[in-house]
Write a new protein. Structure first.
Length: 523
């Protein structure tokens, strides 16, 4: 049955209202009539207008520059510098145009810079787009292109992506019209060159998406969805009319992505960088990526994408594969590192967890073997710490250090912790102090280190008060140190400072003495 037939056969809201009234009268003896429409007062209309205006301020006041977006992305996504630059430029161009249209209430000629992202799984394609949407403050919807091919028809599900933007915008249709729709696995709907006949799952979906990417009005309520029909009935019963709302897709930014396996062979054949035949050597992954960067629109058409469809995706961005060091950096410095998630998970049970560098490097090494990019990090970490999450919350353990040994032989190391909960307390404290030193350097650009006497004194304080938080304790003790140490660095050029027991016991006294000594030397 076609979509048109479905719409024609399905009863109208008025017909459903009539059936409902009949049902209630016959079964319950209750007469149901639609309520009279209450006129909308000027005050209500004014309040509604002000609310929608406030919710779309983020678009009207868009003032980001490409470097601003790139710097923000650097905090969350490791590597992919070229992809970040290209995305930053395209996004700024798009939303600057949207801003102009909103402010001047008219739009000049502009070709929307929809984007196609190419890269292996787990390299950060989705995360890049989500971070951009969060930064700008627009609704973001992610869909899987393969989902559309499974439904047997095109328009309904594709248009549901646009309706979902309204949900993400909490019902604000105006804000939804400036959102971002991200569709993954787009390469999976490329029409096979060997397939003959009507291709609903490939070309059909592309044509459905093409309609949205150009400009069209999508009904806010799905005309063939029973839930939407029932809502219409309730609205008709309450107000005596049905408000027909539409979402215009003119300013919605579309970003699609895929691995595009085999595209490199098509591009390679065109540019003839290597002989093709039985005796040709297979391309290395680095070579494949280099070749894909030279792809043109006609290569995507040969791959199976419709000319009109790929023509509406003018910005093509290639993401690099992640290496072992990249995965380590994701764990170590990314704002979105899964390590923070594990710290929060264990903290919910009153357990402090700390990962040392060796453990992070081992996780990165094993994650690389998974061949799923950054997604492999979750697989490796969950496998290693599964039993720890199960066992430790029911013990007296309040903290533990994740080492390389725990990642390699988790069960063996867990037995040690369960047999002696205090066995690694000293090494854990040392690791925590190293982390504090690292954080101090990152925060204040000053290098400090704690000597053995400081370690011994801090250990005694923690034993006296088991609930004492190390970071809070040291922050209070060294509250003014960054100012004093900065002064010493300026005066003497000294860049590294060793803190002993006395510095912790009476920090202000010792800091003042250091400054006095520097002043005396100058005299």
């Amino acid at each position: 049955m076609t979509k048109q037939n479905i719409n024609n056969d399905f009863p109208s809201p008025e017909k459903i209202q009539e059936e409902f009234s009949k049902f209630f009268k016959e079964k319950l003896g209750v007469k149901v009539e639609p309520k009279e429409v209450e006129p909308e007062t000027d005050k209500i209309k004014e309040a509604t207008d002000k609310t929608q205006e406030k919710e779309t301020d983020t678009i009207f006041e868009f003032d980001l520059k490409p470097k601003d977006i790139k710097e923000y992305l650097d905090k969350y996504v490791i590597k992919q510098d070229e992809a970040k630059k290209a995305l930053s430029i395209a996004v700024c161009d798009h939303y600057n145009h949207v801003k102009t249209c909103c402010q001047q209430e008219k739009c000049g000629n502009y070709a929307k810079q929809n984007i196609v992202l190419l890269g292996s799984t787990g390299v950060g394609k989705t995360y890049l787009v989500k971070c951009i949407a969060d930064l700008i403050g627009v609704p973001f919807v992610k869909g899987d292109a393969t989902k559309f091919s499974e439904t047997g028809y095109v328009g309904g599900d594709v248009e549901d992506l646009v309706r979902e933007l309204v949900e993400k915008a909490e019902g604000n249709i105006e804000l939804a019209q400036y959102g971002i729709i991200y569709i993954d696995e787009i390469d999976k709907i490329a029409a096979s060159s060997e397939f003959k006949g009507k291709d609903v799952s490939g070309s059909g979906v592309q044509r459905g998406l093409l309609k949205l990417m150009e400009e069209t009005d999508v009904p806010a309520k799905n005309p063939i969805d029973i839930t939407s029909q029932l809502r219409s009935v309730m609205e008709f019963h309450k107000k005596g009319k049905i408000k027909k709302e539409v979402i215009n897709t003119k300013h919605i930014l579309f970003i699609v992505s895929g691995a595009f396996d085999g595209l490199s062979k098509i591009v390679n054949k065109r540019i003839n960088t290597r002989n093709i035949g039985f005796h040709s050597e297979p391309l290395k992954r680095e070579e494949e990526i280099s070749i894909i960067k030279q792809s043109k629109t006609k290569d995507f058409i040969e791959y199976g994408l419709e000319p009109e469809f790929i023509g509406r995706l003018p910005v093509k961005v290639v993401c690099e594969d992640l290496e072992k060091d990249d995965l380590y950096q994701i764990l170590k410095i990314s704002e979105g590192s899964i390590i923070k998630q594990y710290e929060e998970s264990f903290k919910a049970y009153g357990i402090d967890i700390l990962f040392n560098d060796d453990s992070l490097k081992k996780i990165a090494e094993l994650s690389l073997e998974e061949k799923t990019g950054a997604r492999g990090i979750m697989t490796v970490t969950e496998k290693a710490l599964r039993d720890y999450k199960y066992e430790l919350p029911s013990t007296t353990v309040t903290s533990f250090l994740v080492t390389e040994e725990i990642i390699k032989e988790p069960k063996k190391e867990l037995e040690k912790i369960l047999s002696d909960p205090q066995y690694e307390s000293d090494i854990l404290l040392e690791e925590k102090l190293k982390k504090y030193e690292s954080d101090f350097l990152k925060k204040h650009d000053l290098e400090i280190e704690f000597d053995s006497s400081a370690l011994k004194y801090i250990t005694s304080k923690l034993k006296e008060d088991p609930k004492l938080n190390l970071t809070t304790y040291l922050d209070e003790k060294l509250n003014n140190y960054q100012y004093g140490l900065n002064l010493i660095e300026i005066k003497s050029g000294k860049q590294k400072f060793t803190l002993n027991e006395d510095n912790i016991k009476d920090p202000d006294k010792n800091l003042n003495q250091w400054i006095k000594d520097i002043v005396k030397k100058e005299e």
